[in-house]
Design a protein around this ligand. Structure first.
Ligand code: ZN
Length: 230
């Protein structure tokens, strides 16, 4: 595809700090949630954009399911289509999300499924000597713009394509929060920085307290074609 058309497509998609799609390593191979994160993970996940059937099939191979919810529109500003709830495997394999089963786009669900199984779980075992029981989040869908007000470009939250992660609860009873533990020197801070770094290899946009004060208490993890890691 010639460069001018790529540039036009990037503008149409409206993402921040975008790279041309070709530079993202777009990869037609399926996503395997049970495989470790590698250099092809993000490129493969781009297949999930607008491909809900494939996305559901990938989740099913990992023991997960995706239950569709009704499309949602708030004016012309916030539009969610093809979203659903990520339903955990039985018996449970991964840390559960809390609040449970937020409405999310399927490509976000697939990215979260990979991240929690291939990053959060192994990092906690290695650095904290425990399993993660629960991932606390601040929400997925919110009808708002980037930086909050409903002006300018809608946030990925307005499409249910981003989740804000506040912290983690371990099976040994410990609780780790982005707000209190990010700046420490101990294993908790090392864990948070590891899962942030891994998220950058899975999600299109990953923002942490290193990005700005608005992210001091959470990790913003956004599926799709963006290209920003901080
Ligand atoms: Zn966010």
């Amino acid at each position: 595809m010639p460069r001018p058309r790529l540039a036009a497509l990037t503008l149409l998609l409206g993402c921040v700090a975008c790279q041309p799609l070709a530079d993202l390593g777009f990869d037609r191979r399926p996503v395997y949630i049970s495989e470790p994160i590698d250099g092809s993970t993000r490129g493969r996940l781009l297949n999930a954009v607008g491909e809900p059937q494939a996305c559901k099939a990938w989740l099913a191979t990992a023991g997960l399911s995706f239950r569709p919810v009704a499309d949602r529109t708030e004016g012309s500003y916030c539009q969610v289509t093809g979203a659903g709830n990520l339903v955990d495997a039985t018996p449970r394999i991964d840390a559960s999300l809390s609040p449970a089963r937020p409405m999310m786009a399927c490509d976000l669900a697939a990215a979260v499924a990979i991240w929690r199984r291939q990053s959060v779980g192994p990092a906690a075992r290695e650095l904290l000597g425990s399993e993660v029981r629960q991932i606390d989040h601040l929400g997925v869908y919110a009808c708002r713009g980037v930086g909050d007000p409903i002006t300018g470009r809608p946030s990925a939250h307005a499409r249910a394509e981003a989740i804000d992660i506040a912290g983690f609860r371990l099976t040994n009873g410990r609780r780790i929060t982005v707000d209190k533990d990010w700046d420490g020197q101990g294993a908790e801070a090392a864990f948070l920085r590891r899962v942030r770094d891994d998220a950058c290899r899975v999600f299109g946009v990953t923002l942490s307290p290193d990005y700005n004060a608005a992210h001091a208490n959470h990790l913003h993890l956004e599926a799709g074609r963006g290209a920003l890691c901080s």
